[in-house]
Design a protein around this ligand. Structure first.
Ligand code: NAP
Length: 312
């Protein structure tokens, strides 16, 4: 029996137990331990983590790599006590598919004015608005990684003109690609929908700000499914008040759960989602981890980790 996999989370006990069961089911040949089992920490080679408390991966001298159960790793990178071993983030096709669905659902909802008709219904107002074809509604996606690519492909298939912004400018079929500072300006110019699917890094923090909104078409829609700290909330409130942003769908916030007195809850121009754009499926995430562990057991090679310098 190989050394136990150490599961480290800050999740409520029932959630952690659910993850433990899913991981055990996906890896019947492995032992999944938590700190409460008091495993021999000197033998642990792999840690599987979800929001681990700072310092919880210290004293693991045999640690080879860490697998996160989340796609975003910004919090792990903020933990100065993280050992300098490969840090693997969750790349799960199921997650990307769910994200693409939620982006498309939000875009179609706004594109066909369903948010406007919902507000009209509350006033018993029968007011049809002019039809606009998808081909006339340019959409810009910030971030064309696992999430952004899947969303872009689905939106292209629906007939929307899609522009995408990434660091490398790698091609995505049917999408006009931009990169760099200048590319960002071109990508934003006149967009009617802006979708953020960037990772949170020092470079992308606060990217959804007044100067960004000013580049969009007046009344453009904002969809932030990246991280709360991408958005400068006060700038959004001003852009909504000025009509520069017509409506925002926000799934992520600096403080989650969103505090009861947060203005987003009651703002008519904001749709609040409780961080559900791409929920992690325990079974499929555990299968992804299991495949990485099996490859490591077979070859002794650690899977490719994220680039700590880039921050994603
Ligand atoms: P990913 O595969 O690492 O892709 C990140 C994308 O952002 C890449 O296209 C990358 O460019 C681009 N990028 C990063 N820094 C950039 C910069 N400074 N300038 C321009 N482009 C930059 O990440 P992912 O799996 O798609 O996930 C993205 C984020 O979505 C996560 O970090 C997380 O915050 C969020 N997320 C949210 C939910 C939810 O439920 N709301 C669920 C999952 C993930 P390159 O292609 O050139 O590298």
């Amino acid at each position: 029996m190989p050394a136990p996999l150490l599961l480290v989370t800050r999740l409520p006990p029932d959630e952690e137990a659910g993850w433990r069961r899913a991981l055990a089911r996906a890896m019947p040949g492995e032992t999944i331990a938590t700190a409460a089992d008091h495993p021999d920490r000197t033998t642990v080679e792999i840690a599987v983590v979800a929001n681990p408390p700072a310092g919880s991966l210290r004293d693991l001298p045999a640690l080879h790599w860490v697998h996160s159960l989340w796609a975003g790793v910004e919090r792990l990178l903020q933990d100065a006590t993280m050992p300098p071993v490969p840090l693997v983030r969750l790349v799960d096709p199921m997650l990307a598919r769910a994200m693409a669905e939620t982006v498309a659902a939000s875009v179609l909802h706004l594109h066909r004015g369903l948010h406007v008709y919902a507000a009209q219904q509350r006033r018993r107002a029968w007011i049809p608005h002019p039809f606009q074809p998808a081909t006339g509604r340019p959409i810009t996606i910030l971030g064309l990684g696992e999430m952004g690519r899947a969303a872009a492909e689905l939106l292209v298939s629906l007939g929307f003109p899609v522009r995408g912004w990434s660091r490398s400018g790698a091609p995505v079929p049917g999408v006009s690609i931009f990169s760099g500072e200048e590319g960002l300006t071109d990508a934003l110019d006149g967009a009617q929908v802006l979708v953020n699917l960037l990772p949170l890094t020092p470079e992308t923090r606060g990217i959804l700000r007044a100067s960004t909104f000013a580049r969009l078409a007046p009344g453009a829609y904002l969809i932030n499914f990246g991280r709360g700290a991408h958005l400068v909330e006060v700038d959004l409130l001003e852009a909504l008040a000025a009509g520069q942003v017509g409506h925002a769908v926000l799934d992520v916030f600096e403080q989650e759960p969103l505090p009861a007195d947060h203005p987003a809850w009651s703002h008519p121009g904001v749709t609040v989602l409780p961080h559900v754009a791409a929920p992690t499926s325990r079974a499929s995430a555990a299968a992804v981890v299991a495949a990485a562990v099996a490859a490591f057991r077979r070859t002794g090679l650690c899977p490719a980790g994220i680039d700590r310098q880039r921050g994603y």
